[in-house]
Write a protein that binds this ligand. Sequence first.
Ligand code: PEP
Ligand code: MG
Length: 752
Amino acid sequence: MDRNRLHDMISVRQIMKSLRALTARDMPPQERLDKIVEQVAQRLNVDVCSCYISRPGGILELCATYGLDKKAVHETFLRIGEGLVGEIALQRKPLAVEDVWSHTSFVYKPETKEKQFKSLVGVPLIRANRILGVLAIQTRKIQTFSSEMIELLETIGMVLAEMLASQQFKKSDSDTLSVGGRQKIEGTGLIDGFAIGQALVHKRAEQVVQVLSGDAQKEIQKLMQALERVECEVNKILATSHMSGDQSAIFETYLMFIKDKGWIAKMIKAIETGLTADAAVQKVGDEITDRMELMTDPYIKERIHDFRDLVGRLRRHLGRAKSIQNRKIPRNTILIAKNLGPAELLDYDKSKIKGIVLEEGSQTMHMVIVARSLNIPLVCGIKNVAQIISNGDSVALDATAGNVYLNPSDETLDVLSERAQNQKKLRARYAQMKDLPATTRDGTTVSLNINAGLSNDLMVGDGVFFDGVGLYRTELPFMIAEELPDVKTQEDIYRRALMQAQNKPVVFRSLDIGSDKVLPYFQRHTEENPAMGWRSIRMTLDRRALLRSQLRAFIRAAAGLDLYVMFPMIASVREFIEARKTLMMEVEREKRRGGTLPRIIRVGTMIEVPSLIFQMEQLVREVDFISIGTNDLAQFLYACDRGNPMIWNRYDSLSPSLLKALKYICDICQQAHVPCSVCGEMASRSLEAVALVGLGFRSLSMTPSSLGPVKAAIRTMDQKHLSAYLEKQLEITSGSLREKLKMYARDHGILI
Ligand code: PEP
Ligand code: MG
């Protein structure tokens, strides 16, 4: 037997012995994993040993390391297929690389401080055909790994996989990793920032106590009084809270709900069937929220929280639940809730709320808008959060990374304080740029616009300048109405939007409803594939009267002003021509009627259906402008349902296929001098926005809160340099460009 072989056999025995000893001892899982990687590195005489664990959504998390920077543990993530470690998980095979820096799949993670390491060998951790993670070793010197060494690592990997599969390192339902009594809980950061404080679990109204009543008149009277009181309460919030424009506009929407005749009529009807006012409010409220829940449109879904808040308020005035106002709360409160309405948030002493953690939530929720203007960091998407965290628990938030730390260690607190300082500096830089144009270092100016849905959205906080409304989603007033809003009602809504935009262009999108976005007064059709079904322009072309009434309202609202109209879900040039013809018929009608016409009319299309890309040459001859809806375009390009959490993470918007498609559209538009913008969520994220400018886009439309960060990113980039870089990378990169672009941004001082 040769010396190496003998040496390897001894190593196997020694390592297995120490692994067995470690499994036998009682210690917290994190400590055990730390010790394992340390033992493996020392016994194999290598500089680094790291363990990555699979997380839901195809993510690998660095969970322990010996040799890399310890601060990167639980902070470094790779997608399956990303980088060498991701490749090992994807291929489910060991991989040995002598010089990682010359390998095309290598992705550098600076936070790990792995710059000094050259060679790597990694093995997948597989059990019962499931990939549980990756074990990798690295060396400073370039090294050729023997097949025995790889086999040895595979053997260690098998033992480790067994341990991982046992309860020891399993994540709970709520995606938590328990570390010695402490927990790191991963969610989604919605409002950047850091906070440390004491948990306060928010409580909603209690169950209805008395369901039936024999005196309908008395109950109706109670209901009307409660509605009046809520109206007074909301008016009081409006008058005393010194709110910014967008905050107060939200409460004006509350007032609109309170006065909604359809809703009140339904509650009265429920009382007349024998229910108490309290039970009727709850029943009708549940019915409406259930209907709203069925809709996949995130914008509508987010209004559910406002509505629930209103129902809770009403029930409190019916005497069933205690007010949370004036309740004594700790000075550094971290509010924990399943969900929260904006008024509920304002019921608390705002100066004491340092952070918010929610089970539900998303960017465009009104409560999030309020919290954003109050600068309260917010993390959402944590299942059962109100059960995991209890009143009085010590909690730290890193909302920038989307992490919540329950009983944080001193080390965690130090890291968070350092990050908080860096973020403060970044915010100060955004503020300096508030009134400056979004011009790149080499002089390219990009038009920054906002996406809006209610006229409230037009009142952007922080006074950040924007050029116009690139996408006005018109569906909401249709969805909350009891019957089809008539032309006059619509006209008023659109005129208000134009007034609030103060002469800036507003691009009205025709109704994007149908399939799951049901209008209560429209017959519902069950479809197998609603996203690809009878929706949007397909429906409004079939129900032409609906489209015509909306177009008529646009024309009248913009009398004497500039009118921009665009059509969603257009799949062929012919469809666009048909829609435009309908608009022109309405213009002729208005002319005949003697009404004042808009000063100019510009008609455009969204590109959301890939088929339109292959008709670009004809399309640019027909349209005045184009706006790319990357949310839908990506879902159809990748055949990947945008609402399905199992796969939403699978295809990255910064992958060559989508970027090339976008560049192609942009190039053709430029040649034809047709303005082209991106209004999908992509444009709201700094890294993606920078890439879009690099591809050639000169106009972006985004969620209002992204204006500051996107502008800062654009002002610190060099358009020509990035453009040349992207062109090359699009040809040689097979996966996502995200990591490369992040590195590029870091190397070139782009503020991301
Ligand atoms: C899109 O699809 O990118 C888009 C902006 O439209 P919506 O998100 O309203 O479908
Ligand atoms: Mg869309």
